[in-house]
Write a protein that binds this ligand. Structure first.
Ligand SMILES: Nc1ncnc2c1ncn2[C@@H]1O[C@H](COP(=O)(O)OP(=O)(O)OP(=O)(O)O)[C@@H](O)[C@H]1O
Ligand SMILES: [Mg+2]
Length: 308
């Protein structure tokens, strides 16, 4: 069983304008409403991979209800804490300038609501369950929350996959999650590296070195996603770089979440290292081939897996 935790879900409203008028009225067209937030994206990709899973986290208000209904329609189980605040809406407007995003900060979480989430997680923390802790945290959630969740889940015999950034990642890594998937920026932040890399070779060398370091600290599987430079995968036996697939990219949004889902799926199914790598690359590439933050399609994933 895989359970995803999204502390800061969102409704993503994607729309287009012919011409973006700054300081004036913009008429939106082709409006799409998708449930989003990193763990929820992981849940949706797991569903595409035919993996039953459950989504947890915080939701509130009318938009929270929309998230719940949309997950239900996709047959994704859910156990969210109903909070007093409102789930945020992120508006993404496609125009002649590319994508302009207006992101809300999200609600405030009270100590009682956070405690409620920990209680629910404990109830679902059956030995052997894989928890994917994903994304940022809303206001009111302390930076060491993923660290505490990881410690709790390990006590219950669960596995933890951490995919987050900044202080949440730094603190979370101290509890030695089983699996992590930072992107290049997140890895640089984690190690306090500010220098700009000149070449892809330098980036790959840095990613391999730090992936090995994280693995030697006890993290069993480390993936570092490098966007169009591909990804590095490291466990106790292997530490390899794989170039990105040559594809027609529609949107990179959510490619990392799709990769996290693919790796979680494979690890939960006890697959071999080389197959984890194949799935991670195919599913993340397939995510790049869909519009906006939409999940990859099964057809594209199968096609990309067959190409090798
Ligand atoms: N231009 C591209 N061409 C082919 N594959 C790509 C491209 N961009 C991303 N990918 C694939 O998607 C993976 C994840 O991308 P990226 O490193 O951008 O993740 P991320 O920054 O974590 O994204 P997210 O916004 O979902 O958190 C890459 O390792 C690669 O396999
Ligand atoms: Mg990411």
């Amino acid at each position: 069983m895989i359970i995803t935790v999204t502390m800061n879900p969102a409704i993503d409203k994607t729309a287009e304008v012919d011409e973006l008028v700054i300081g004036g009225v913009n008429r939106l067209k082709n409006i799409r409403i998708d449930e989003g937030g990193k763990g929820i994206n992981v849940s949706k990709t797991l569903r595409v991979l035919n993996k039953p899973n459950m989504a947890m986290g915080f939701i509130g208000g009318n938009l929270g209800d929309t998230v719940r209904t949309k997950l239900q329609k996709q047959m994704i189980m859910a156990d969210f804490v109903a909070i007093a605040g409102e789930t945020r809406c992120n508006l993404k407007v496609h125009s002649e300038f590319g994508m302009t995003e207006f992101n809300e900060p999200g609600p405030n979480i009270t100590p009682g609501e956070l405690q409620d989430l920990f209680g629910r997680i404990t109830r679902h923390a059956k030995s052997g369950t894989l928890f994917v802790l994903s994304g940022s945290a809303p206001a009111g959630v302390p930076d060491d929350t993923y660290k505490k969740m990881t410690e709790l889940l390990h006590q219950c015999g669960c596995k933890v996959f951490l995919d987050t950034s900044g202080a949440l990642l730094r603190s979370g890594v101290e509890a030695v999650p089983d699996y992590v998937k930072p992107n290049l920026k997140e890895l640089m932040e984690l190690y306090g590296v500010k220098t700009k890399f000149e070449t892809s070779e330098e980036i790959i060398e840095f990613a391999k070195e730090k992936a090995k370091d994280l693995n030697s600290k006890g993290i069993k599987f480390v993936a570092v996603s490098l966007g169009s430079d591909g990804a590095v995968f490291c466990d106790s036996y292997d530490n390899i770089h794989v170039p990105a697939k040559k594809i027609e990219v529609k949107s990179r949004v959510g490619a990392g979440d799709a990769m996290t889902a693919a790796i979680a799926y494979c690890l939960d199914s006890n697959m071999y290292f080389r197959d984890i790598v194949r799935y991670a690359m195919a599913v993340s590439a397939a995510a790049c081939m869909t519009e906006g933050s939409q999940s990859p399609t099964k057809e594209t994933i199968v096609q990309l897996l067959r190409q090798e």
